[in-house]
Write a protein that binds this ligand. Structure first.
Ligand code: 6PG
Length: 240
């Protein structure tokens, strides 16, 4: 998969990646609210984005215009510490005045299939109970990358159907095995996409990607003309 449509920006440390990510989010929000009166943000799961989320707390923003979605979720109880929604709430969402009705967690506790169907309805605007009809595209999609080149819960060697926006994942190699994930079709329905890659453990997958290897993250990033924010450790450079 050519990485040509994707831009790679190197920053010294993971803290610099977090700071740049927070700046991009706030700038995208200001632009979206000015243009369309709302900001639709898809949060990445995993550990990488957490520092960036914490940097948003206390910043000036029109929080009541923000709507929050998730790129994927683990099928665990709603308050389980390994849930992406729990990590985002603890780091960010519980500390900013985004209206609760504008936060759309995946109901992954229902199990992969039911949760995927439910989120598909949410994204296709046919869900009931939420006041604001959700209309794609998203304004900004945040993604991480695993050591095997996965992103969201889209893993290598697992075919993804073209039609749906959300799919169940039953056999993820990264525990837990049961997950829910946005598809490339949903993730690429975005005005902007940031992929965050930090740490030496990601260096091999990142180097393969930049050399043109195919992977879920390469496909999704190319479809979204993503900007990749990487630190020197992931880039394989000597520490600063
Ligand atoms: C998940 C994430 C996953 C994550 C990568 C990187 O639910 O696990 O969505 O795609 O972004 O595995 O994870 P780290 O940021 O923890 O390295």
């Amino acid at each position: 998969m050519p990485a040509g449509s994707v831009r790679f920006q190197s920053l010294a440390t993971s803290a610099d990646v977090a700071a740049a990510t927070a700046e991009h989010i706030l700038a995208a929000a200001e632009q979206a609210v000015a243009a369309r009166g709302r900001f639709l943000l898809v949060l990445a799961g995993g550990r990488t984005p957490i520092m960036a989320y914490t940097l948003l707390v206390g910043k000036p923003a029109q929080w009541d215009r923000w709507s929050i979605f998730f790129g994927d979720e683990r099928c665990l109880p709603p308050d389980h510490p390994e849930r992406n929604s729990v990590a985002a709430r603890q780091a960010f969402l519980d500390q900013v005045p985004i209206p609760p009705k504008n936060i759309y967690p995946m109901s992954a506790e229902q199990g992969p299939v039911a949760a995927a169907l439910s989120y598909q309805r949410t994204l296709s605007g046919s869900a009931t109970g939420k006041s604001a009809a959700v209309r794609l595209p998203f304004d900004l999609v945040l993604l991480g990358m695993g050591e095997d080149g996965h992103t969201a819960s889209l893993f290598p060697g697992r075919p993804v159907p073209d039609g749906p926006l959300v799919i169940p994942v039953l056999d993820a190699p990264k525990p837990p095995p049961k997950r829910v994930s946005l598809t490339p079709k949903a993730l690429s329905a975005a005005r902007a996409m940031l992929v965050l890659v930090t740490g030496a453990d990601k260096a091999a997958a990142l180097a393969a990607w930049r050399a043109g290897a195919d992977s879920p993250v390469a496909r999704v990033a190319a479809s979204g003309a993503a900007l990749v924010l990487m630190d020197r450790a992931a880039e394989g450079a000597a520490p600063p």
